[in-house]
Design a protein around this ligand. Structure first.
Ligand code: DGJ
Length: 749
């Protein structure tokens, strides 16, 4: 053996020792993910499950072996690539400048600082590196994953796939719950057993991305997802655009879950030295069913993600379903009076206030021309703000700044700002098109829409409004002073998916469109947030077409659905509550399903961020009185309504009732919402057992929000029970009555 060969073997041996010793443990309070470098230098997952008590046990975990090739055993590679020995769905695919479509990523180094772990992987043949990031939210038991991809190649390099995460599971059976959607049918939960092969849940709609599928999933490991028992993986992607989750059961019955931005129609040209950051994937692994997983996600949203999570929220009166486009100054001022009479905090002016050459009289024209329609609202927005304030309510306004009607001055002036194919027939969705947010000029325009409105609505420069800097600050108006305060609330709508997939700005790099669009949107939202940190904003997309957790780092709330039929809402809110906090879920009382009483409709909206979109004149005195009193009760109890400690007690999916409960952190105060839908004749009604209380404590049970002059007929009303009794025996809060609801306050004595 030559000296050279000997030193090669010695070096290889030491490299093997160093690399194979690398074990990286990522831990929350209850979950542990263990990664290990195998003797081929590849990073593999060796464990994902309940947190192990002894760190010494990590060495016992089955170590991925080097086989004929240096792959991971069973292919459990942490970030598998396209074109090697793993034949299943990869996370990463790159086409190098020389056309080679493969890569092998090997471990180089890692660092663990505080709650963040980063692991650097490199290709030995090409100057390509991928850094995997893991951030833990220990108390909430949430793990966040993303990757950063870079290269130093000369020539054109394309990313074919750029997922955020791959997770592996081994269980006898797997059951997926997904959240299918459509307009007015958001978050329909449906489950299926996963068998050998692939199931993909994805979106390719670009803007109104979640119209048909929502970016959430649950997987029951070993058994179907249950509310309070069993091991459940719950995941979501923070990305306001195309997403993709792939669930693949391989030949060894391992479940592989790949999560990330949808790479379909998105082969991304990555420039030399530029870092491509994937979307953030968040997951929790609950061993107490989906209920515990939901509480973790809601706690995490409230502690780390939701914009202005600690700030209050405003109850509101919206005019959309009351007037549609048919309003003028006089009508609006009368509605401010109705808002005052109702006792809500804010009046929200919806679609139809803008456009002059092409006034926005319906949804065929005007979108893009964000100047107030002079003959409809001659005194402009500042006048409306002033009049609303005189009535003691704040003022908010609707915009849809990413979109344009072809019949608009904007489309006439800037056809090159619109996503549309140069030489093909244009396809319209709601008579409109999407602006090209990949283009920085368009980003400036969209930011300007917000900025101009904020400035125009704050006429007093001495209050900082003149330059727009402080115009967004929410200062509740002084009742009766008539002092104009700024607009403090925007409803940001987005009614069309991307229908014509071509960016005039990107020219030959059309594969970058979907990703760059979302990044362009985030650049605009970053600017809005920086300049108007106190502005409240509702994320809306023709209902719940936008509803992701990254979006909610910019928006204070979101519009769950245009469907406000309270029965449908029980299902929609049940679905969103799997991940989303009540404080962010806009729930309005409307005319949908007039067979239900106003009380029933209010009691359903009470569960979320309450608002009204209804003409009050059409209501009876009793109904109006009920609404007023319910709003006052809501304001008194909103901290409990918005508590992330949610217990879903009776599912509307399992019968004709729905019961949910919220409990505050110190278990002194709780609210139970109970609804009977269409119970069967003579149906057996059992007591509902409460959860989350202190067993030792005593609680008074009291039905609140009763119709004027009515008494509670619940047998538990105004009685005192121990927490133990309420949780073990329970109380009857459902009945065989049709469309009846109860709101019950539980107070520690
Ligand atoms: C769709 C939204 O979901 C509605 O609430 C309303 O704002 C309309 N757009 C206005 O065009």
């Amino acid at each position: 053996m030559t000296k050279k060969t000997l030193s090669f073997f010695i070096l290889s041996f030491f490299r093997f020792l160093i690399l194979s010793a690398q074990t990286i443990s990522i831990e929350t309070d209850h979950t542990q993910l263990v990664l290990r470098v195998n003797d081929g230098g590849r990073l593999c997952q060796t464990y994902l499950g309940e947190r192990l008590s002894a760190q010494t046990d990590l060495a016992q975990l089955a170590m991925p072996q080097a086989g004929l090739s240096s792959s991971c055993i069973k292919g459990l590679e942490a970030y598998p690539v396209m074109g090697t020995e793993d034949y299943y769905e990869p996370t990463f695919e790159i086409r190098h400048a020389d056309g080679n479509p493969t890569s092998v990523l090997k471990y180089v180094s890692h660092s663990q600082q505080g709650d963040e772990t980063s692991i650097l992987l490199k290709d030995e043949l090409y100057p390509v590196e991928v850094t995997l990031y893991y951030k833990v939210y220990a108390r909430e038991d949430i793990i966040q994953q993303w990757a950063e991809i870079k290269h130093e190649e000369k020539g054109k390099v394309y990313l074919g796939r750029y997922a955020s995460s791959m997770l592996y599971f081994e269980a006898p059976r797997y059951f997926l719950t997904e959240f299918a959607s459509d307009w007015a049918k958001e978050m329909q939960m449906q489950s299926q057993e996963l068998q050998f092969g692939k199931k993909v849940v994805d979106s390719r709609l670009g803007t109104r991305a979640n119209l048909m599928a929502q970016p959430f999933f649950e997987v029951g490991l070993g058994e179907p997802v249950r509310e309070n028992e069993g091991t459940v993986l719950m995941g979501t992607l923070g990305w306001t655009g195309n997403f993709r989750f792939t669930f693949e059961v391989d030949n060894q019955h391992v479940l592989r879950v790949v999560s990330g931005i949808n790479h379909d129609a998105g082969t991304y040209l990555l420039r030399k030295g530029e870092a491509f950051r994937t979307a953030d994937f968040y997951f929790t692994l609950s061993d107490k069913g989906a209920g515990e997983g939901s509480r973790r996600f809601q706690r995490w949203m409230m502690a780390h993600q939701l914009h202005k999570a600690d700030a209050d929220r405003m109850t509101l009166l919206n005019n959309w379903e009351n007037t549609y486009f048919d309003f003028d100054e006089e009508k609006l001022v009368a509605l401010f009076g109705e808002a005052k009479d109702l006792g809500v905090d804010l009046f929200l002016l919806d679609d139809g206030w803008f456009g002059n050459k092409y006034p926005r009289k319906n949804d065929h024209a005007g979108l893009g021309d964000w100047q107030v329609t002079k003959d409809k609202l001659p005194q402009g927005i500042p006048y409306l703000v002033k009049k609303a304030n005189e009535n003691g309510v704040s003022f908010g306004i609707w915009i849809e700044p990413e979109m344009v009607n072809p019949k608009s001055e904007l489309a006439e002036k800037h056809p090159d700002w619109i996503l549309q194919l140069p030489s093909r027939e244009t396809y319209y969705f709601r008579n409109q098109l999407v602006l090209d947010l990949c283009n920085p000029q368009v980003q400036d325009f969209v930011f300007g829409v917000v900025d101009n409105i904020m400035q125009a609505a704050s006429p007093d420069p001495s209050k900082g409004g003149g330059n727009g800097e402080a115009a967004g600050q929410f200062s509740p108006p002084l009742e009766g002073t008539g002092e104009a305060s700024a607009i403090c609330f925007l409803k940001w709508d987005c009614n069309s998916p991307i229908t014509n997939i071509y960016s005039p700005y990107l020219k030959e790099n059309q594969g970058n469109l979907y990703v760059d669009y979302v990044r362009g949107l985030y650049k605009v939202l970053d600017r809005v947030q920086a300049k108007y940190p106190d502005l409240y904003m509702m994320m809306c997309s023709g209902g719940g077409g936008r509803s992701d957790v990254k979006g909610l780092s910019y928006f204070t709330e979101f519009w769950c659905s245009d469907n406000t039929d309270p029965i449908e809402r029980l299902f929609i809110q049940w679905g969103y509550s799997q991940f989303m906090p009540a404080k962010a879920m806009c729930a309005h009382v409307t005319e949908w399903n007039r067979r239900t009483s106003i009380k029933f409709r209010v009691d359903v909206a009470f569960q979320g961020k309450m608002g009204f979109d209804i003409g009050l004149k059409g209501l009876s005195d009793d109904d109006r009185q009920y609404c007023r009193e319910a709003i006052q009760e809501y304001k008194r109890l909103k901290d409990i309504v918005w508590s992330p400690n949610l217990y879903r007690l009776v599912s509307p999916y399992e019968g004709q009732h729905c019961v949910v409960q919220r409990v505050n952190d110190d278990k002194t105060h709780s609210i139970v919402f109970a609804y009977d839908i269409h119970p069967r004749y003579g149906e057996l009604i059992l007591p509902t057992r409460l959860q989350g209380l202190d067993a030792e404590a005593k609680y008074r049970v009291k039905e609140i929000c009763l119709m004027p002059g009515r008494q509670s007929w619940l047998s538990c009303n105004d009685k005192v029970y121990t927490g133990d009794y309420l949780m073990k025996v329970g109380v009857k809060v459902t009945s065989t009555n049709d469309l009846v609801s109860h709101i019950i306050e539980i107070t520690r004595e």
